[in-house]
Design a protein around this ligand. Structure first.
Ligand SMILES: CC(C)(COP(=O)(O)OP(=O)(O)OC[C@H]1O[C@@H](n2cnc3c(N)ncnc32)[C@H](O)[C@@H]1O)[C@@H](O)C(=O)NCCC(=O)NCCS
Ligand SMILES: Nc1ncnc2c1ncn2[C@@H]1O[C@H](COP(=O)(O)OP(=O)(O)OP(=O)(O)O)[C@@H](O)[C@H]1O
Length: 273
């Protein structure tokens, strides 16, 4: 009888959660400054249809990231990123082919690719897959990334690299190296998949988003952080988000980094327990 009562371990498919996360993020509407079902936000080169094509091009790669995590599970942490990166870049190329060169999900590929790879590595080692183990696995994989790729290089080719040298911001790399600490600290304790607008506001309130800085400088980033903080503090309705969307579009601001972290939150929230 006891055998019958024993609960079977829940099988978590992180690759499937990652695809689901991209759809949930895209469909969330209104989404201030971002592409959603209503409008293109602060983007002249992207729309909903382009994001659909991008998600369709990227999603088959999530299982490949997971497979690679299994395949390389016995290699040391420090070797992993070099083994993963070529797959990540190939996935970026698939995205760019589908979008005719537009950067729809570069940050999303980076973050979700790391999570799928970490899940494969944990599964191969027979370790439990949950938000905490995924967070610490990603942090381990990315240890030293900021120092190696930002601090010890003078390149200013990308927004992230420019902003590190200008403002000391570590962007997507710093977030990954911390094990997505922004999501773990500011969203997961309050996680509710039916309250995705609130989850996004919690992210925009604190996230040092390189997209905002490259579009509006530090003032633009602080504008969005303060706006989100006020809505969370006084409460908000649907129309408050419609108005925030208008204000961010008027300032050409787009919190793309927080949109990526919302996808990360969907995956970690789905593995919370
Ligand atoms: C690491 C990458 C993404 C860094 O790119 P970049 O120098 O432009 O950094 P940057 O910090 O500007 O962010 C890139 C994207 O991340 C998102 N983002 C921005 N700020 C943040 C933030 N604070 N937190 C999380 N995501 C953010 C945005 O959408 C942005 O477009 C990229 O250079 C890269 O290496 N891509 C190759 C693919 C790869 O490494 N994959 C490995 C896992 S699959
Ligand atoms: N729904 C969304 N709408 C817009 N951007 C999103 C959305 N979801 C995620 N993002 C993230 O924001 C990024 C796009 O933002 P942005 O256009 O500011 O970056 P960029 O392409 O590097 O800059 P620019 O377009 O000014 O050259 C995407 O790479 C993606 O990571």
């Amino acid at each position: 009888m006891a055998g019958l009562l024993a609960t079977k371990p829940r099988v978590i498919n992180v690759a499937a959660l990652a695809e689901e996360a991209l759809w949930q993020e895209l469909e969330l509407t209104p989404k201030p400054g971002l592409v959603d079902k209503n409008n293109n936000g602060s983007h002249r080169d992207m729309d909903h249809a382009l994001f659909v094509r991008s998600i369709q091009a990227i999603s088959p790669w999530f299982a490949r990231f997971d497979d690679a995590g299994r395949e390389f599970a016995l290699r040391t942490d420090s070797e992993q990123l070099a083994l993963l990166r070529p797959i990540g870049i190939a996935c970026e190329q698939a995205m760019l082919r589908a979008t005719h060169g537009v950067n729809t999900h570069k940050g999303g590929i980076f973050a979700l690719g790391l999570l799928c790879f970490a899940a494969g590595r944990l599964a191969e080692k027979g370790s439990q897959i949950n938000a905490l183990s995924l967070s610490s696995q990603v942090s381990g994989l990315c240890q030293g990334m900021v120092q190696r790729e930002l601090a010890s290089r003078q390149s200013r080719a990308t927004a992230g690299e420019k902003q590190f040298h200008q403002f000391g911001l570590t962007g997507a790399r710093g977030e990954a190296e911390s094990g997505f600490a922004t999501v773990m600290r500011h969203v997961l304790p309050y996680w509710n998949p039916r309250a995705m607008h609130e989850m996004l506001l919690r992210l925009m309130k604190v996230n040092p988003d390189s997209n905002l800085v490259s579009r509006g400088g530090m003032a633009g980033m602080r504008y969005v952080q303060n706006y989100s903080q006020q809505l969370l503090a006084r409460g908000w309705q649907h129309n408050d988000l419609v108005e925030m969307d208008k204000q961010l579009i008027a300032r050409n601001l787009s919190p793309g980094g927080s949109a990526d972290l919302l996808s990360v939150a969907w995956v970690l929230g789905g593995c919370k327990y």
